[in-house]
Design a protein around this ligand. Structure first.
Ligand code: NAD
Ligand code: ZN
Length: 393
């Protein structure tokens, strides 16, 4: 073989375009037999056969709404010509614990198998963000992906995690390390579920709304700021409006950012999240995702001010607004240091980079309503921001 001559290479570039349309519905009394939202979502393929469904239910939701399984049964009886329940709902404990091992996903897979769920049937997952993340993974794995209908029941799930295209469980001490990108068949947000949520769980959703407003929509940012006292007073109509707008902003971002499956290195919707994910782990999940996000966006707003992207008084405004809502902007885990005496949370930056791969890319508000991506973070400056946040307590 002539070593100087390069070997002939034939490259055929194949394009595959897969389009996804899925309804995101905002309703009330979802399982009231007269509400057609679920039936319409399940039958939107136009198939005249009965649609077989397996319901996975977050135990926290069942505790708050003990009649729910009965209501689901009655709904399917009313619409029996078109819908069929594969078995009684599988109930599993929700919350972050469900993402901490593969065992709950295995139980869901076993139920999908026992229920004879095929690629034309449905997995209907009813629960908070953690439960939906685990159920979404089971649905995406089973038969290489069965149709998933999400019924998010927390504020954060209704405005953020439940409307998106991701699912995951935690693995080897890292958040969301095992998961897939899989758009749902439909998302059905029932505002009635919010009524059972204590204020902190409502505020988890508000934290994600502040996050997306800060980098995408200044008018929305001002609206949340004006509503902060009402939010703190648990004014549900105000909270509902904010969650709905937040959901639409997330959806718009996924649809129009050009990177729905996060193949690039930037992840604007994860403003504040490098710190948030680390704080969740450092606190052993004492801090909820939403509360950790509030602290993460406050920290990154301070950093944005230090590097001249945002006036300091704007960063202070964000802190004041989060606090008025009732959200934290500091936690003791922020002051924890590693063996070298550096703030332990800073390891979250490298973990964030490693998760996305490639160059470190962190998104900052610059100013509110717009964003800037930054590829290097000055650790000493970030440590100063932590101290500055602590001083504002
Ligand atoms: N997939 C994504 O894109 C994405 C995005 C953001 C967050 N997340 C994940 O979402 C999770 C957080 O979700 P969350 O904030 O919804 O909390 P959660 O799912 O941890 O739920 C908190 C608690 O509320 C209970 N619960 C759920 N609905 C209830 C209701 N209506 N009434 C009373 N109790 C109810 C649950 O049983 C649980 O005990 C984290 O694991 C986070 O990583 C995922
Ligand atoms: Zn988040």
């Amino acid at each position: 073989m002539n070593k100087r001559k390069s070997a002939p290479v034939t490259v055929h570039v194949q394009r595959i375009v897969v389009r996804h349309d899925f309804p995101v519905v905002f309703t009330r009394h979802l399982f009231s037999p007269r509400n057609r939202a679920l039936r319409d979502a399940l039958t939107r393929d136009g198939d005249s056969r009965r649609h077989r469904c397996l319901v996975l239910l977050d135990q926290g939701v069942q505790t708050a709404f003990p009649r729910l399984p009965e209501q689901v049964g009655a709904y399917f009886e009313t619409h029996a010509k078109m819908l069929q329940l594969a078995r009684t709902p599988l109930v599993l404990p929700g919350g972050e614990g469900i993402k901490q091992s593969a065992a709950p996903v295995r139980r869901m897979l076993a139920a999908l198998r026992a229920g004879n769920i095929c690629r034309h049937s449905f997995c209907i997952a009813v629960g908070g963000g953690a439960f939906l993340d685990a159920a979404g993974l089971a649905a995406a794995l089973f038969h290489r992906g069965v149709r998933l209908v999400r019924v998010p029941t927390t504020a954060l799930a209704q405005c953020d995690s439940g409307v998106g295209v991701k699912n995951a469980i935690n693995y080897a001490g890292a958040k969301n390390l095992l998961g897939t990108f899989a758009p749902p068949w439909a998302v059905l947000n029932d505002a009635d579920f919010l009524e059972a949520l204590p204020l902190p769980l409502l505020l988890d959703g508000i934290a994600e709304a502040v996050k997306v407003a800060a980098i995408k929509d200044e008018a929305f940012f001002r609206l949340i700021e004006r509503s902060a006292r009402k939010i703190q007073a648990r004014d549900l109509p105000t909270i509902r409006r904010i969650l709905q707008r937040c959901a639409l902003l997330h959806l718009d971002h996924i649809a129009t950012s050009g990177d729905p499956y996060e193949l690039g290195t930037a992840r604007p919707l994860d403003y504040g999240h490098w710190a948030a994910h680390k704080l969740e782990l450092l606190s052993k999940h004492r801090l909820s995702h939403g509360h950790a996000v509030a602290i993460g966006i406050a920290l990154d707003a301070f950093y944005a001010a230090r590097i001249g992207l945002l006036p300091q008084k704007e960063a202070d405004r964000l802190v004041a607004m989060l606090r008025t809502c009732g959200l934290p902007t500091f936690a003791p885990e922020l002051s924890r240091t590693d063996r070298r005496g550096r703030p332990a949370v800073l390891a979250g930056l490298e973990e964030f980079r490693a998760h996305l791969g490639g160059e470190l890319t962190v998104t900052y508000p610059a100013p509110f309503g717009s964003r800037r991506e930054v590829h290097a973070v000055d650790m000493a400056l970030m440590a100063e921001c932590i101290a500055a946040l602590a001083a504002r307590l």
